[in-house]
Design a protein around this ligand. Structure first.
Ligand code: FAD
Length: 516
C-alpha cells in the first residue's frame, strides 16, 4: 500500500512539476557485476549524477555505473546482461556527456556506461589527401577539434556546441550551419566500431556490415554502442568572418537563406534566428560585433516588429583578407536585409566553433545552466515554413526571452537516407529549434508555461497537417514512435530485433521495452 502511495506521489509530482524521479534498483545487481573481470570498474555509490541531464526534467537512477577502460569492458558487460536473458530487467545505457533533454542516456535500475572513461586508444589524426581522425565514442568534439587543429585540420560538420560526445551526436545526427554543404555529422563518418546488444564488437562502414553502420547513425542508441568513429577532416582555416544581418520580412529572410544554401559560391556556415519582443539585444552584440553603420544601428527601433537574424561566416587565412572582403561584399550585395543592420566580427576558427561555451561559462556563474530545458526541435518542410511562422511567431510565442529560437534551412540530398534518422520528405527543410530555459521563478511556473507553449506548437502542426519531424525526439508511447518513423518503422524494428533482440540498449529513449 505504501509503495502504491509512493508511486502515486511520483506520478502527481510528474504532472505538477513536469519532472520525474525513479529508482527501481535490483539488490542482486552489484554482486552479479562484481564477478566480471574488467580493466575498468563499476561504481555503485555516488552515481546520482547519471540520473541527471541537460533537460533536467527526468531523473532515473541506475543500479551501477561502468567506467570502461577498453571496448572489451563494454562488450563483457553487455554480454553478461545478454546472458541473463529475459529473467533480468537489467538494461544498459551509454552516457556521453549527459546532454540529452529527456532522460535518453539514463537507465532506471540498470547500468549506465560512462563513455568518457573510454580512452583505450588516443584520438589519432591521419593526414593525406583524404584526412580523417579516429576518435573514441566517448570523446568530446572539442577535444577532437583541438587534436585535429594540431595538424591544421578539422572535422567538416559540427554542432553549435562542442562539449558533446562523438557517440552522443552520431546517435542523433549532429547539425549546425555547415550541414547545408556537408550534411549532418552522420554524413561525415567513414567507419564505426560498435558493441551490439548481444555484446559483440563489430566494425562497420558503408562497405562492411553496412546495415549496422547505417542503422547506428541517427539510431538513438538502439542498435549498438559506438566505441570508435572514423571522421572525415578538411583543412582548417585560421580565421572566420562572422556576420549577422537583420530582417523584418520573413519572406526576404527565408528566400535569402535558401538562395545562399543553393549558391555555388557562398558562405561556409549559414544559420538564422528569430527575435520576438526583445529589447537591448543589439546592445549585447556590441561587445563582439561591430555595426557597419554605428549611428544608424544605435538609432534603430524595431517598433515591436519580429526580427529575423541571418548569421553567416566565411573562412579565411590572414593573407587572403583582401579577396575575402571582396567575396563577402559580393555575397552581401545579393541580400535584402535592413541596410543599417549589418554587424561583423573576425575571430579565430576555434573561437567561432567553441562560441556557445562562452555562454555556458557565463550562465553557470549565474546559476542559470543547470535549470530545466524544455527544448523543442522541429524539422519543418520548406513548403509549410510560412504557415508555421505565421502562427507560431507572434501568436503562440509573444516573446523570445526564454531562449534562442533558431531557424535555418537544410538540404535533404546531403543526408543519407539509409541512416536511421528521419527527416521531412522535401529537398529543403528547416530546423526550427526552441531552446528554452526554465529557471525557477517566483511569479509563475516557467517550466509548465514553456511545456504548454511546446504543446501548442505541436498541436498546431498536427491540426494544420504540417508533416514535421522532431529532431532529438521525445515520445513515450510506441504508437508515437511508429508515427515518427512512418514507413521506416518496420526497418527500425527489424534492426532492433537483429542487433539488440532483448532490448537491452538505451531504454531512456522509451521506444522498446525489455520483455521480462
Ligand atoms: P548523451 O546525452 O549522453 O546521449 C545521447 C543519446 O545517445 C542517449 O540515448 C545515449 O544513451 C546515446 N549514446 C551516448 N553515447 C553513445 C554511444 N557512444 N553509442 C551509442 N549511443 C550513445 N545537437 C545538434 O545536432 N546540433 C546542435 O547545434 C546542438 N547544440 C546543442 C547545444 C547544447 C547546449 C546542448 C545541451 C545540446 C545540443 N545538441 C545539439 C544536442 C546534442 O546533440 C544532444 O544533446 C546529444 O544527446 C549529445 O549529447 P551527449 O554527447 O551528452 O550525449
Amino acid at each position: 500500500h505504501r509503495q502504491h502511495n509512493i508511486s502515486f506521489l511520483k506520478l502527481f509530482m510528474f504532472s505538477v512539476l513536469g519532472c520525474i524521479t525513479m529508482h527501481v534498483s535490483d539488490p542482486d545487481v552489484p554482486s552479479s557485476l562484481k564477478t566480471l573481470s574488467l580493466e575498468g570498474h563499476f561504481s555503485f555509490d555516488d552515481i546520482s549524477y547519471t540520473a541527471k541531464d541537460f533537460g533536467n526534467r527526468f531523473h532515473f537512477l541506475p543500479s551501477a555505473v561502468l567506467h570502461p577502460k577498453s571496448v572489451t569492458d563494454i562488450s563483457a558487460t553487455v554480454k553478461h546482461v545478454f546472458g541473463m536473458g529475459l529473467s533480468s530487467k537489467l538494461t544498459v545505457a551509454a552516457r556521453g556527456h549527459g546532454h540529452s533533454l529527456g532522460g535518453q542516456a539514463q537507465a532506471s535500475g540498470g547500468i549506465v556506461i560512462q563513455m568518457q572513461s573510454l580512452r583505450e586508444a588516443e584520438t589519432r589524426v591521419h593526414v593525406g589527401e583524404f584526412p580523417y581522425v579516429d576518435a573514441s565514442g566517448g570523446e568530446l568534439w572539442i577535444n577532437v577539434l583541438l587534436e585535429s587543429l594540431k595538424h591544421g585540420l578539422a572535422p567538416k560538420s559540427w554542432t553549435d556546441y562542442l562539449h558533446l560526445t562523438v557517440g552522443g551526436t552520431l546517435s542523433n545526427a549532429g547539425i549546425s550551419g555547415q550541414a547545408f554543404r556537408h550534411g549532418p555529422q552522420i554524413s561525415n563518418v567513414h567507419q564505426l566500431q560498435v558493441v551490439t546488444g548481444r555484446g559483440e564488437i563489430m566494425n562497420c562502414s558503408a562497405e562492411e556490415n553496412a546495415d549496422l553502420f547505417h542503422g547506428v547513425l541517427g539510431g538513438l542508441g538502439q542498435f549498438g554502442i559506438i566505441t570508435r568513429a572514423r571522421i572525415a577532416l578538411e583543412r582548417a582555416p585560421e580565421m572566420v568572418k562572422w556576420i549577422r544581418v537583420l530582417y523584418s520580412d520573413f519572406t526576404s529572410f527565408t528566400e535569402d537563406q535558401e538562395m545562399l544554401i543553393s549558391a555555388e559560391k557562398t558562405f561556409d556556415y549559414i544559420e538564422g534566428f528569430v527575435i520576438i519582443n526583445r529589447t537591448g539585444l543589439l546592445n549585447n552584440w556590441r561587445s563582439s560585433f561591430n555595426p557597419q553603420d554605428p549611428v544608424q544601428a544605435s538609432q534603430f527601433n524595431s517598433d515591436g516588429r519580429i526580427l529575423f537574424c541571418l548569421e553567416m561566416t566565411k573562412n579565411f587565412n590572414p593573407d587572403e583578407s583582401d579577396m575575402l572582403n571582396q567575396e563577402v561584399e559580393t555575397l552581401l550585395s545579393k541580400l535584402r536585409y535592413i541596410p543599417s543592420m549589418l554587424f561583423q566580427s573576425e575571430v579565430s576558427y576555434l573561437e567561432f566553433l567553441d562560441r556557445v561555451h562562452v555562454s555556458e561559462v557565463k550562465l553557470r556563474s549565474q546559476g542559470l545552466w543547470e535549470v530545466p530545458h524544455p527544448w523543442l526541435n522541429l524539422f519543418i518542410p520548406r513548403t509549410r515554413i510560412h504557415d508555421f511562422a505565421k502562427e507560431v511567431f507572434g501568436k503562440i510565442l509573444t516573446d523570445s526571452s526564454h531562449g534562442p529560437i533558431l531557424l535555418y534551412p537544410l538540404k535533404k540530398s546531403k543526408w543519407d537516407n539509409r541512416a536511421s534518422v528521419v527527416i521531412p520528405d522535401e529537398e529543403v527543410f528547416y530546423l526550427v529549434a526552441f531552446l528554452s530555459s526554465a529557471p525557477p521563478s517566483s511569479d509563475h511556473d516557467s517550466l509548465e508555461h514553456a511545456l504548454k507553449l511546446n504543446d501548442k506548437i505541436l498541436d498546431f502542426c498536427q491540426k494544420a497537417g504540417i508533416q514535421m519531424k522532431q529532431y532529438l525526439p521525445h515520445y513515450t508511447a510506441k504508437e508515437e514512435w511508429k508515427a515518427h518513423f512512418g514507413d521506416r518503422w518496420e526497418m527500425f524494428a527489424w534492426r532492433k530485433a537483429t542487433y539488440d533482440p532483448l532490448a537491452i540498449l538505451t531504454p531512456g529513449q522509451r521506444i522498446f521495452q525489455k520483455a521480462v
